[in-house]
Design a protein around this ligand. Structure first.
Ligand code: AMP
Length: 496
């Protein structure tokens, strides 16, 4: 199948060719005709499937073919794309701008954590397509800086993640001010009952699409586990980066605090690294991502939420420095590599206390992960010295035991691929949860809630407490559960 056969206009076909897209991805070949027909769509599709082009291209097509409604001095917004995080908003905004570059439509992106005035100035000039996170959008709406009376299309991107982040009230408020007559496109990695409830009041006779079975990981991602004492993880990571000469590695930690510590440690080892998480300013995050993409830094250390929407071409290597609280986040994390058919590797450093999480992941992806100790870093029977996660000093484990040399084997042969569906977008996150709080709580809660079919698992430890402004109501949910910590974190916008 070709893009031309989907009915897209010449300017869009031109840009698609320029992007080097030969054939539509499965979600694109299903979604594009449905959206062009004006149908509502509910699509189960994760990041990495090409879903953004799947909704953006036909929206651009439709809007460019129809006449722009008259709206007085301000162009009314015709398509609204809501995303859970700033990074995803920026990413989608970039896609809209790229795919629409031969059209005369205007687009803009608005999210919290940055000054509102430039956004207001942009909106004043008129915008056909607006990409937004919910909190900032409501802010702008309440200030009467944006109007929706001529809205034609609404997209909820990564709807499950939006609900996980506690945006349901904001979303409902937004839905209430949109015209009833409109096209609705709902993209979600998973379809929990909560999502279906939301969809019920939103979509009308939707075309339902699903591009991967539930919880499949990309078949192109090779996965394996290195068992190791918790205290030696930093040293093992540094060893892996150096011996394999990884030049671009995305590393996941469970906490912002942990991300900072690990960044410092790697820098101390001569490995250029930067952390990206919700306590970093938007500028710092943008800068870190840019230098990671351009090769200025080798290791980007991210928390789960901060990593949402990161789309880095050809990212070869993902490391789970710690396993996520929520099994589905594992699938999402490793989905950062092996995208659009490229091959990738995902390594998890697993300590004794993470057995339960590992079992949950293997259950979810219906696959046993190949486990191989790295020579010189074999775990000790008791799990090694205890690590105080709240200790702000340099992480221990820097000193090498045993050979430390190259004896490491990857043995990745068997850890491949699998089937399972990757989506991994659900679940709570512990962006700021300290391990001692997050894990116990989530593990026990999960027991009853993880139905192993990709539905939401509420882990209880939603992060980002205290860093609210427009975009992050997440932490208000479930404060009572699971010892959620209110860290009083300093992010001006808790969106991520
Ligand atoms: P998404 O799932 O929207 O985050 O897209 C994942 C990646 O796939 C992005 O880097 C896109 O540029 C790329 N992509 C989207 N559609 C295609 C296609 N038809 N062929 C090759 N790459 C694509």
């Amino acid at each position: 199948m070709s893009f031309a056969s989907l009915g897209l206009s010449a300017p869009l076909l031109k840009v698609v060719a320029e992007q080097g897209y030969d054939t539509p991805s499965p979600i694109q070949s299903q979604a594009i005709p449905a959206v062009l027909e004006g149908r509502d769509v509910m699509a189960a599709a994760q990041t990495g499937t090409g879903k953004t082009a799947g909704f953006t291209l036909p929206i651009l097509h439709r809007l460019s073919q129809a006449e722009r409604p008259q709206g007085g001095s301000q162009i009314p917004v015709r398509a609204l794309i809501l995303t859970p995080t700033r990074e995803l908003a920026a990413q989608v905004g970039e896609s809209v701008a790229t795919y629409g570059k031969y059209l005369s439509l205007k687009s803009a992106v608005v999210f919290g954590g940055v000054k509102i005035n430039p956004q207001i100035a942009t909106l004043r000039q008129g915008v056909d397509i607006l990409v937004a996170t919910p909190g900032r959008l409501l802010d702008l709406y309440q200030q009467k800086m944006v109007r929706f009376d001529k809205l034609e299309v609404l997209v909820l991107d990564e709807a499950d993640r939006m609900l996980d982040m506690g945006f349901i009230h904001d979303i409902r408020k937004i839905l209430a001010v949109l015209p009833k007559q409109r096209q609705n496109l709902l993209f979600s990695a998973t379809f929990s009952n909560e999502i279906r409830n939301l969809a019920k009041g939103m979509v009308n006779d939707p075309v339902e699409l699903s591009v991967t079975p539930r919880n499949a990981a990309a078949a192109t991602v090779t996965q394996w586990v290195h068992p190791v004492d918790k205290s030696r993880k930093p040293a093992l990571l540094s060893h892996l980066i150096q011996t394999h000469q990884w030049q671009q590695v995305l590393v996941f930690t469970r906490t912002k605090h942990g991300a900072n510590r690990l960044t410092k440690y790697l820098e101390g080892q001569g490995i250029e690294a930067a952390a990206i998480h919700g306590n970093k300013s938007q500028n710092a995050r943008t800068q870190a991502l840019a230098s990671f993409k351009s090769g200025g830094i080798r290791a980007l250390i991210a928390t789960d939420i901060a990593a949402r929407g990161l789309d880095i071409d050809q990212l070869p290597q993902v490391v789970n420095f710690e396993l996520p609280n929520v099994a589905e986040d594992y699938v999402h994390r490793i989905g950062r590599t092996g995208r659009a058919g490229a091959s990738g590797q995902a390594v998890s450093l697993v300590s004794l206390d993470e057995k339960k999480e590992l079992a949950g992941i293997e259950r979810l992806i219906s696959q046993r992960l190949n486990s191989q100790a790295v020579e010189g870093f074999e775990p000790t029977p008791g799990g090694g010295p205890k690590v105080d996660e709240n200790d702000d000093r340099q992480p221990r484990g820097g000193q090498r035991r045993g050979n430390g040399g190259n004896g490491q084997r990857q043995n990745n042969g068997g850890g491949r691929g699998n089937n399972a569906g990757g989506r991994g977008n659900t679940g709570g996150r512990g962006d700021d949860s300290r391990r001692s709080e997050g894990r116990g709580a989530s593990a026990s809660q999960r027991g009853s809630q993880d139905d192993n079919r990709g539905n939401r698992i509420d882990s209880g430890n939603r992060g980002n407490s205290g860093n609210r402004n427009g975009d992050a109501p997440a932490q208000r949910r479930r404060r009572s559960q699971g010892g959620q910590r209110r860290s009083g974190g300093g992010t001006p916008n808790g969106n991520v």
